[in-house]
Design a protein around this ligand. Structure first.
Ligand code: COA
Length: 360
């Protein structure tokens, strides 16, 4: 029997132009929290340790004149082109982000109008029934926006949605905080379309949790660790180790729940496209997912990774990864008809989500 399925019709991404290798932090004076500076002759060791514990060797930053909405526009335009659709037929443009448009010299978040409104205008979409809005949900914002769009498509009210994740974390990175080396800029996008299929394809299931009571304080905005500085801008701060422990403890169970909702097991999964925050953390999450299924050896190509060269671009990591794999731009990785992919993310809130998707 034919049923309405939510299908990814096109993908796009914007990898910003400025390549920032770890060595570019060599001149930084890092501080231990709001306290003692690390001796500057230790900076090289800190950077080497950073690479060792995260796998991140370089990341991309937006150009000085690029805003998050510019990156979002580029990714959106690429997804529309890939899908080969008329943008006027879109029912929704949804942009997930956390900090809005941030100028390099002023951290005041600019979200009026919304980034989605700016993107829709830049795409020259005239159709007033194409609804443009933003979704803040921490790093899992893009996955959550896909889940929302899926509901719209399944309701029958909408046929097509452009869902973008865009962020410029470099603009809220504290130069005195060694954890800020994780952060990057970027954007990724999909076109979702409601299609009639007899086979169970497209979004098969999804699951989300928000653990706010205990974990709301793991990410926040604070001033620089360098207390003697005149700088009063606000930067993203995190309790990195606690975040790590939270993610490793809770992501595997939620991925399993989403697979159970789809009536699938880990053996049915071809790709795990997971939020790129820390390579070592993602390895630990994957091992624990395996353990939940009594599996100690997983296929080596199950979890494509970009974090070593793209860093953590928040909401942009999963759609960028999806775009690169789908278009055969990640060596040794592909997504073919019938393949099952899990799209999972974790971030501020704390929020976690997971989508199970079968390629049509
Ligand atoms: C922040 C993070 C990189 C720290 O890594 P970790 O393995 O938890 O580090 P630990 O606190 O256990 O410390 C281990 C060692 O690394 C050092 N270290 C910790 N953070 C470091 C950093 N950012 N750079 C360099 N060294 C660091 C510690 O000093 C310690 O060194 P030692 O072994 O010489 O004593 C890691 O916890 C992390 O990635 N957390 C999650 C990040 C995340 O998901 N953020 C979400 C944004 S969406």
């Amino acid at each position: 029997m034919l049923r309405t399925r939510t299908i990814i019709k096109g993908t796009g991404s914007c990898i910003p132009p400025r390549l920032i290798p770890n060595e570019s932090f060599a001149g930084h004076a890092f501080f231990e929290d709001y306290g003692q500076p690390y001796p500057t002759d230790k900076t090289a060791r800190i950077i080497a340790k950073f690479q060792d514990i995260t796998d991140i060797a370089e990341r991309r930053y937006a150009a000085e004149d690029q805003l998050a909405s510019d990156l979002a526009f580029e990714a959106g335009r690429a997804a529309i082109e890939d899908a080969g659709i008329d943008p006027e037929t879109l029912d929704y443009v949804i942009v997930a982000h956390n900090f809005g448009d941030l100028r390099p010299d002023n951290h005041r978040t600019d979200q009026v109008p919304t980034l989605a409104a700016k993107v829709k205008a830049k795409l020259r979409i005239a159709n007033p029934e194409c609804v443009a809005y933003d979704l803040p949900f921490g790093c899992p914002g893009w996955v959550q926006a896909v889940i929302q769009a899926h509901y719209f498509l399944q309701s029958g009210d909408a046929k097509r949605a452009l869902v973008i994740g865009a962020e410029t974390l470099s603009r809220v990175s504290d130069p005195a905080d060694r954890d800020s080396m994780i952060y990057a800029d970027g954007a990724g996008a999909v076109i979702l379309e409601a299609q009639e299929h007899a086979e169970a394809v497209g979004i098969l299931s999804h699951a989300t949790r928000s653990d706010t009571l205990e974990h709301v304080g793991l990410l926040w905005l604070g001033t620089t660790f360098d207390e003697d500085s005149e700088d009063r801008q606000l930067y993203i701060k995190m309790k990195g180790r606690k975040l790590y422990e939270y993610a490793v403890s809770h992501v595997p169970g939620l991925v399993k729940r989403s697979l159970e909702k789809a009536g699938l097991s880990l053996a049915d999964v071809n790709k795990v496209l997971i939020h790129q925050a820390n390579g070592k953390m993602d390895d630990a999450i994957l091992r624990r997912i395996g353990r939940l299924y009594g599996v100690s050896e997983l296929p080596t190509d199950i979890m494509p990774m970009t974090v070593s060269w793209l860093g953590n671009s928040s909401v942009a990591t999963v759609p960028t990864l999806l775009d690169l794999v789908r278009k055969g731009k990640m060596e040794g990785h592909s997504l073919n008809s019938g393949d099952v992919a899990v799209l999972a993310s974790v971030g501020a809130g704390m929020n976690i989500n997971s989508i199970v998707y079968r390629m049509p």
